[in-house]
Design a protein around this ligand. Structure first.
Ligand code: HSE
Length: 309
């Protein structure tokens, strides 16, 4: 029997729409992500557990876990039955890479129990493919960090899908999920099909400057470049009081604030734990819409998907 954990992630990281993603872990040591326990079995079995398992489809064949297993068996041309327990610890449609967590944990677990027939690039390609089927189009900015850990830059060259870039280890990432659902497919549909030359130039400038600042260790410059011209202007209206929250969070001393993935989770960055705690408190009091919502102060999770049992 094998147990695999895959961490939550912040897609886009403010400035890299579909291009940057960061795996995160709460500083208090909690696990923020999904777990898969797998063993070989006589026939395919799936048991859903975890606080958000009630959001999962009741028909197994609509469950991502089943899709992953089915696709994997097709690729290796063998039907190997397994028994799987999914611990669904992340809310669906939260903007924390919830589907990516399930996909990554499942595919890593299946590969491991089948004696690793796929290499890491083949696995990542398959993760992107399944993610694309769920969200409307392939994007690696959740599956890559959840699988490989750290801050990932999506390259999508035929031989390299994603590579880790330096992150700031003094940054606290505060994430707040308001307790409401937003479908990634819907949040992708509302974006424009085309952007003006001016936006393209500004976006390239911010992204290039962020990457430069990350390599040259200029924390403040990196934070100032985390500007989202691609999704935030359109998605912000789907989030509760986004701009008011941004203003308040910046007043508290956060150096960045934005939408995590397709939302409705928001993230803030602080360099000081005291500021991170104030931001966390403010978001708990003002951004959460019901008592299922949560706030976590996180570090970057440098490990990604891993065996925990
Ligand atoms: N880059 C994706 C999007 C992330 O913003 O649609 C989804 O979590």
């Amino acid at each position: 029997m094998i147990k695999i954990y895959a961490p939550a992630s912040i897609g886009n990281v403010g400035v890299g729409f579909d291009i940057l993603g960061a795996a995160i872990k709460p500083i208090n040591g909690d696990l923020l992500g999904d777990c898969i326990t797998i063993k070989l079995s006589e026939n395919f079995q799936l048991l859903n557990k975890g606080i958000f398992s009630n959001q999962l489809p009741t028909n197994n064949e609509q469950n991502i876990v089943w899709k992953c297993w089915y696709k994997f068996c097709n690729i290796i041309k063998k039907n190997i039955p397994v028994s799987i327990i999914l611990e669904k610890n992340l809310p669906i449609g939260s903007g924390l890479g919830s589907s990516a967590c399930s996909i990554v944990a499942t595919l890593v677990a299946i590969n491991e129990i089948f004696d690793n027939p796929l290499n890491s690039k083949e696995l990542l390609l398959l993760m992107g493919e399944v993610e694309g089927e769920i969200s409307g189009s392939i994007h690696y900015d959740n599956v890559a960090p959840s699988y490989l850990g750290g801050l990932q830059l999506i390259l999508e060259k035929s031989d390299i899908i994603s590579q880790k870039i330096p992150d700031f280890n003094n940054w606290f990432w505060i994430v707040a999920w308001p307790g409401i659902k937003l479908s990634t497919a819907e949040a992708r549909k509302i974006l424009p099909k085309k952007y003006t030359k001016d936006i393209c130039i500004k976006n390239s400038r911010y992204l290039a400057s962020f990457i430069h600042a990350s390599y040259s260790k200029q924390s403040n410059l990196a934070a100032r470049c985390m500007k989202d011209l691609i999704a935030e202007p359109y998605r912000s209206k789907l989030l509760p009081n986004f701009f008011e929250s941004k203003e308040e969070i910046k007043k508290l001393g956060a150096i960045s604030f934005g939408i995590s993935g397709s939302g409705p989770t928001v993230f803030a960055v602080a360099e000081d734990i005291k500021i991170a705690e104030k931001v966390s408190l403010w978001l708990s009091k003002n951004y959460l819409q019901n008592n299922t919502g949560f706030v976590h102060i996180c570090y970057i999770d440098t490990k990604g998907a891993r065996k925990i049992g």
